[in-house]
Ligand binder design. Structure first.
Ligand code: XUL
Ligand code: CO
Length: 433
């Protein structure tokens, strides 16, 4: 037991409570589209933001004062104690971590590995005792200077090797802890300048690397899903996993489209010039929608600020796409969100998650109501109804420019444009959010 969260009671669903540390909308047992809300949303805490982030920004260092900050195994265990206490206070079913978040870096790879294994055993006992699950594990291959020119895409084959050994250790850890997924986010898999970069080689290296990850997953019998998390830039000027569409063509090229799905992050979608729901709809169309990282960016700064979500209409459209595919299977809602650097108190950490969970619960319920009502699907189907007629189907299947041209002349086809009804659809959405 730590005393970090002393005085903070477990957060309960109580819409009438005057406290900002209770759930007003997140009711884990409420049934939404045939499943308990907890099982639809499958929330996870991001270990890095909640327990490893020190409050720094490019102009100033640590603002947070946490008793577990430091490089020893004892402090890593104290951090784990506090983390599992927070999961229990929030009733969070899952968490996610990078190797670097949970163990001190060793002087050698072997020492880092043994630190990781010791913490994994420590986590294992706590997970068993509390029932908390691991949504996903991942490797941090972007913070240490050895990864400054990339991990799998590095010009130095020794860094590729170090990265392969690192991913093996993190996949082993995830497997041992019963993780539901394994994530690869390539923050340094990209370039700063084309002047020193061989795009063709780097793409080949990344493809081979991913094939090795998938082979190893099968070898050890890991039943979770391998997920790629797209992001267009930051920290690299340009990242290869730019967006869902880019990653899908990469998967096709390396024969991995049936093996790997997407972990889509709200803020990354925005950085790519898309909306969150666009990226989700795209992934769903390709059959590769896996999991989500839930946050929001500051819309003025244009930077990946990883703030807790607070915009119900946006979140509703995201869950609409997820529910339309039948909901999560191995995936879930990971709060890849961090406190602002002035939010120093333990209560702030709880409040950030409580508010975010309530926003997601409202979004989920709105999305379910829209789907059950069916208004959007009906409007969309009506818009394309011409393609369901015999003539429409036949033209697409068998038409040639000549045969179609002959029909246009013969039937005197002279189409009248029809309204896209965007305002009416936007008003429709507003009835639910
Ligand atoms: C970075 C980001 C990462 C990944 C995991 O923008 O989102 O935290 O989610 O490496
Ligand atoms: Co993320």
């Amino acid at each position: 037991m730590t005393n970090f969260f002393d005085g903070i009671d477990p957060v309960k669903f109580d819409p009438t409570s005057g406290s900002d540390l209770s759930y007003r909308h997140y009711n884990p047992d409420e049934i939404v589209m045939g499943k308990r809300m907890e099982d639809q949303l499958r929330f996870a805490v991001a270990y890095w933001h909640s327990f490893a982030y020190e409050g720094g920004d490019p102009f100033g260092g640590r603002t947070f004062d946490r008793p577990w900050f430091g490089d020893t195994m004892d402090l890593a265990k104290l951090k784990a104690d506090a983390a599992f206490e927070m999961f229990a206070i929030l009733g969070q079913p899952y968490f996610c971590f990078h190797d670097l978040d949970v163990r001190p870096e060793g002087a050698t790879f072997a020492e880092s590995l043994s630190n990781l294994e010791e913490i994994v055993d420590y986590f294992g006992e706590k997970m068993e005792a509390t029932g908390t699950g691991l949504l996903w594990g991942t490797a941090n291959m972007f913070t240490n200077r050895r990864f400054m020119s990339g991990a799998a895409t590095n010009p130095d084959p020794d860094i590729f090797a170090y990265s392969a050994a690192t991913v093996k250790s993190c996949l082993d850890a995830t497997h041992k802890l019963g993780g539901q997924n394994y994530v690869l986010w390539g923050g340094r898999e990209g370039y700063e300048t084309l002047l020193n970069t061989d795009l063709v080689r780097e793409r080949q290296q990344a493809g081979r690397f991913l094939q090795m990850v998938v082979d190893y997953k099968h070898k050890i019998g890991f039943k979770g899903t391998i997920l790629i998390e797209p992001k267009p830039q930051e920290p690299s000027k340009h990242q290869y996993d730019f967006d869902v569409n880019t990653v899908y063509s990469f998967l096709l090229e390396f024969g991995l489209e049936k093996e790997v799905k997407m972990n889509i992050e709200q803020g990354h979608a925005i950085l790519a010039g898309h909306s969150f729901e666009h990226e989700l709809a795209m992934a769903s169309a390709f059959g590769i929608l896996g999991s989500i990282d839930m946050n929001r960016n500051d819309y003025q700064s244009g930077w990946d600020t990883d703030q807790f979500p607070n915009n119900v209409p946006e979140v509703a459209l995201a869950y609409y796409e997820i529910l339309k595919t039948g909901g999560f299977t191995t995936g879930g809602t990971n709060f890849d969100s961090k406190l602002r650097r002035q939010s120093l108190d333990p209560e702030d950490l709880i409040a950030g998650h409580v508010g975010a969970m309530d926003v997601c619960a409202r979004g989920l319920k709105a999305a379910a109501a829209m789907l059950e009502d069916g208004g959007l699907e009906k409007a969309r189907n009506d818009r394309y109804a011409g393609w369901d007629t015999e003539a429409g189907k036949d033209m697409l299947a068998n038409g040639t420019l000549e045969s179609i041209s002959a029909r246009v002349l013969e039937d005197g086809i002279n189409p009248e444009p029809r309204s896209g009804r965007q305002e009416r659809l936007e008003n429709y959405i507003n009835q639910f959010v």
